[in-house]
Design a protein around this ligand. Structure first.
Ligand SMILES: Nc1ncnc2c1ncn2[C@@H]1O[C@H](COP(=O)(O)OP(=O)(O)OP(=O)(O)O)[C@@H](O)[C@H]1O
Length: 314
């Protein structure tokens, strides 16, 4: 028998005060061990979705299953499998780093396990801070402690709600490596982020949410292949008045000043190499050649602007 999804949402809906629908009939299935990036603008519903699973938000309707267990049937036990790294710092400033993790173990019905606490602190490079008062930590250390807190009870499903907001480049890279390691060990990761580069680096699949509706769910690589575009940009040393017929018919355009050619290479069109070869053989004054690939950011903007890109959300 195949294992159940790490998370399954069926028609998940959340209205605040009967007016604002923060989540509208969201259906989503997250596979065990995958890194899933949930993307969308401010106020799209990402934190509400995470809060519904973690027990911080009371859903209005729909079902939530964690590793096959319906949270309506048992709202407590299945959540022992879940860890949350929230956007905001949520630990008591007067405890030490280690104490705050022991308390967390207690919340999850576990005995105080010093070896596990040191293991998590070491993984997050906080081992020397175990006895420091949490309010004396730097901003980056506090972020790492938030992650340690979410992981200390060994959850199999971890939500990272903007884990690297305000974090420096080096720590961001460290955290990315750590997330990859967790996923490689079998932990399922759901990530929200406004750094599209982060999603591009880490995610296996991407979901796009806006105004409470899930617009698209797709493998990241397939999405980039399907909606991404490669552009060839050629600069000329002097203005060119017309392009060779083959190049023009392939879809290349010339800038108004005749100094730049742009060619969007799409599937089934002439390869960029053929365009370049023609330019050279016909003696056009090429000075520089550049190719640009569209990134997740470009694609997300198109989707949010309503470009007909979405395949049915799954
Ligand atoms: N407690 C609340 N009471 C009323 N409305 C709320 C509450 N919490 C969230 N909302 C509203 O629900 C909508 C979704 O908010 P949510 O925090 O889930 O968005 P988000 O995608 O996480 O945004 P961000 O990227 O800014 O964190 C927003 O319109 C927000 O104002």
């Amino acid at each position: 028998m195949s294992s159940p999804p790490a998370l399954e949402l069926q028609g998940l809906t959340k209205s605040y005060g009967g007016k604002l629908t923060a989540l509208s009939d969201v259906n989503l299935s997250i596979r065990p061990g995958e890194i899933f990036a949930l993307l969308g603008p401010n106020g799209a519903g990402k934190t509400t979705l995470i809060g519904s699973v973690c027990g911080l938000v009371k859903k209005t309707s729909g079902k939530i299953l964690v590793f096959g267990h319906d949270l309506d049937v048992d709202p407590v036990r299945p959540r022992y499998e879940v860890g949350l790294v929230p956007q905001e710092i949520n630990f008591d400033p007067f405890f030490t780093v280690a104490e705050s993790l022991y308390i967390q173990q207690g919340y999850y019905g576990q005995r105080r396990d010093e070896a596990r606490v040191m293991e998590v602190l070491t993984a997050l490079n906080l081992q020397n801070k175990a006895d420091s008062i949490t309010r004396a930590l730097s901003g980056g250390m506090k972020r790492r402690l938030l992650i340690a807190k979410a992981l200390v009870h060994k959850p199999r499903l971890v939500f990272l709600d903007e884990p690297t907001a305000g974090v420096d480049v080096e720590l961001r890279r460290d955290l990315w490596n750590y997330v990859r390691k967790l996923a490689a060990e079998g932990t399922t990761i759901v990530l929200t982020t406004h750094y599209l580069e982060e999603a591009e680096e880490l995610a296996d699949r991407v979901g796009v949410i806006n105004e409470g509706k899930l617009l698209l769910v797709e493998e990241k690589k397939a999405l980039l292949r399907r909606l991404g575009e490669k552009r060839l940009i050629v600069a000329f040393t002097e203005p060119v008045s017309t392009l060779p017929e083959f190049v023009r018919k392939a879809g290349a355009t010339l800038s108004a000043d005749g100094r730049t050619l742009t060619y969007p290479e799409r599937e089934g069109c002439a390869p960029a190499g053929d365009i370049l070869r023609t330019l050279y053989t016909q003696g056009l004054p090429v000075s520089d050649v550049e190719t640009r690939h569209s990134r997740l950011e470009d694609i997300l903007i198109d989707i949010l602007r309503g470009k007909p890109a979405a395949t049915p959300a799954a």
